[in-house]
Design a protein around this ligand. Structure first.
Ligand SMILES: Nc1nc2c(ncn2[C@@H]2O[C@H](COP(=O)(O)OP(=O)(O)O)[C@@H](O)[C@H]2O)c(=O)[nH]1
Ligand SMILES: [Mg+2]
Length: 283
């Protein structure tokens, strides 16, 4: 299937950047357009594959290109204020050629955690194409604010998208390795696994998933039907499909854990009251 990918925040931008690289290397044709949105100028400058015209610096009047730290309340506010600037870049996407949007963000930080749900909601309002989210969960060694951000962002993001694909930084790092030292490998895993999923609908490509016989509408049906991904992807039973199934099982487990954490957190996380409503006033 063909996607317009939008990376929000640092991790989101890096992962989309790497998706573009994967797509070019594999010739899989899944990334029809790529954009990166950030409040931090340096993060945008660090990208290599997302076209420069498609890198949108928001919140300049508020944070002057320096980012929002882990303040996802500010991230959400800025995204709302500057949504027109983001839309300006999205205007260049050939929407009639895509099957869906994919909004990618780390849920534990500030810019992407706050901004990605705002963008997803906006896209759903403007376009008829499905909007998928990809959320990166923080590692358990990163501290309470990251977990709290992720819990709140997850709850909002999952409501605004047609499906949220969750990737757990903890689950993929090697023993003894900090989360950050493993980013490159983790991002590689993310891009390969989800590249296989999305590439399954592209017939002409000669990359890793050529043997999977599914088309874009089947992937869309699967992602929207809540039927679980296994049914279709399992058929050929190759090594990559097995890896993908394991990934998805971990997602489901972790999603339950985050859900629980979300419900528990006002009592257990210091400072939660002050931040209640940071991302979603209804929570
Ligand atoms: N998988 C992955 N996670 C990352 C990467 N960079 C940062 N993170 C994680 O993302 C969270 C911080 O989000 P970040 O994207 O830096 O925040 P933002 O720029 O404010 O949206 C933390 O949980 C980090 O562990 C990356 O390249 N890959
Ligand atoms: Mg960061």
């Amino acid at each position: 299937m063909k996607l317009a990918m939008i990376g929000f925040g640092q991790a989101g931008g890096k992962i989309v950047d790497q998706f573009v690289e994967y797509d070019q290397r594999q010739g899989s044709g899944i990334v029809r357009a790529s954009l990166a949105v950030n409040t931090a100028k340096a993060d945008l400058l660090g990208l290599e594959h997302v076209p420069e015209n498609n890198r949108v610096l928001i919140g300049q009047s508020r944070v002057k290109g320096h980012g929002v730290g882990a303040d996802n309340e500010l991230g959400a506010e800025i995204a709302e204020e500057d949504i027109d600037e983001v839309q300006g870049a999205i205007d260049s996407v050939p929407v009639h050629e895509i099957d869906a949007f994919l909004v990618v963000a780390a849920l534990g930080g500030g810019t992407g955690s706050g901004g990605a749900p705002v963008l997803a909601k906006h896209l759903k309002r403007i376009y008829t194409e499905p909007v998928y989210g990809m959320g990166i969960l923080p590692g358990s060694d990163e501290g309470g604010i990251y977990t709290l951000n992720a819990a709140r962002s997850f709850q909002t993001f999952v409501r605004e998208v047609d499906n949220l694909l969750v990737f757990d930084n903890d689950a993929w790092r090697k023993t003894g390795e900090s989360v950050s030292s493993g980013y490159e490998e983790i991002n590689d895993e993310i891009v390969t696994r989800f590249g296989i999923l999305f590439g399954a609908g592209e017939i002409e490509q000669g990359g890793e998933v050529a043997e999977s016989v599914v088309d874009s509408s089947e992937i869309i049906n699967t992602l929207s039907g809540g039927r679980g991904l296994d049914g279709r992807v399992r058929q050929r039973g190759g090594r990559d499909e097995r890896r993908l199934r394991v990934t998805l099982a971990v997602h489901r487990q972790r999603r339950r854990r985050v859900g629980q954490c979300t419900h528990d957190q006002p009592d257990h996380v210091a400072g939660a009251e002050g931040r209640a409503g940071a991302v979603d006033p209804a929570v």
